[in-house]
Structures are given as structure tokens and as C-alpha cells.
Design a binder for this molecule. Structure first.
Ligand code: ATP
Ligand code: MG
Length: 137
């Protein structure tokens, strides 16, 4: 699925990755990055809050906000600037900073299903709808 989502990305897209601890959010990002040609490790940004990638012509930022607590850190770390028309932001635990970020263009929600996962994808904006159309092709 990460590979399929990778094909739909365009600059300016924010994807919220929802689902409980262990739902498979980071695993999805790993698949997506691998499909874009990333050969190295994909660290879970649990402590760093964000890992940047420049790949396949995209500025891609992988956030994990699980441990994010201090709103002042948002500005200080320059996170605001990460959300721009050139970048793709993939955000785990967006609810931890929902009031500080732009809303999602696309929401992907993962849930355990047997030994695998089920996913639901919801577009919230025009750019999100375009991605979803490419996803279903
Ligand atoms: N589609 C899947 N099918 C089976 N196992 C999966 C799937 N996706 C992830 N897993 C397994 O579930 C575990 C947790 O995955 P992952 O770290 O991606 O979850 P997460 O949603 O990022 O969790 P966290 O909220 O802690 O960041 C890993 O052991 C991973 O291999
Ligand atoms: Mg994770």
C-alpha cells in the first residue's frame, strides 16, 4: 500500500496517518519511501519528531508527534515552514499538534484486521481528492 500511495504524491500534500500504537503507520511510510527509491533505513522519528527526505523530486517530511508536548517548540523548531507548497508531510499522531498545523489533505486510518491491517482513506481537500483518484486507478 505504501508503494501505491507513493505513486499519488505531489508537492503541497499533507497526509495524516491515524491509528493506535502499533497500527502500522511507520511501516506504511517505510513502504512508501522504499517505493520512491530510498535505500537506507527509515527511522521512526519518535524522539526527533521529524525525519526529512529528499527523494524522487520531493521534499518529504515524516513526523511522529507522539511525544510532542510544547507548542513553543513548534515555532522554535521551524516546523511551520515544513508545511509548504513544495513539500509532502506525512504525520503520525497529528492530534498531538492539530491546532498548530494546517489540516490534512488526506487522512489514512489503519486498524488491525486479522494478522494484517485495514486502511481507510479520506480526502479532505482538492489536492487530497486528486491523490485519491490516482490511488484508485
Ligand atoms: N500491514 C501489516 N501487517 C502486519 N503487520 C504489520 C503491518 N503493518 C505493521 N505491522 C507490524 O506492526 C508493528 C507496529 O508497526 P508500526 O511501528 O509501523 O506501527 P505505528 O503505527 O507506527 O506505531 P506507533 O504509533 O508506535 O508509531 C510492527 O511490528 C510491524 O511490523
Ligand atoms: Mg510509528
Amino acid at each position: 500500500m505504501g508503494a501505491d500511495v507513493a505513486q499519488t504524491l505531489e508537492g503541497g500534500l499533507t497526509v495524516w496517518l491515524q491509528g493506535n500504537l502499533g497500527a502500522g503507520k511507520t511501516t506504511l511510510v517505510r513502504g512508501l519511501l522504499k517505493a520512491l527509491g530510498h535505500a537506507g533505513k527509515v527511522k521512526s522519528p519518535t524522539y526527533t519528531l521529524v525525519e526529512p527526505y529528499v527523494i524522487s523530486g520531493l521534499y518529504l517530511y515524516h513526523f511522529d508527534l507522539y511525544r510532542f508536548v510544547d507548542p513553543e517548540e513548534w515555532e522554535a523548531a521551524g516546523f511551520r515552514d515544513y508545511f509548504n507548497s513544495q513539500s509532502v508531510c506525512l504525520v503520525e499522531w497529528p492530534e498531538k499538534a492539530a491546532e498548530l498545523m494546517p489540516g490534512p489533505d488526506l487522512e489514512i486510518t489503519l486498524n488491525p484486521s486479522g494478522t494484517g491491517r485495514s486502511a481507510s482513506l479520506v480526502a479532505r481537500t482538492e489536492i487530497g481528492k486528486r491523490c485519491l483518484e490516482r490511488f484508485s486507478q
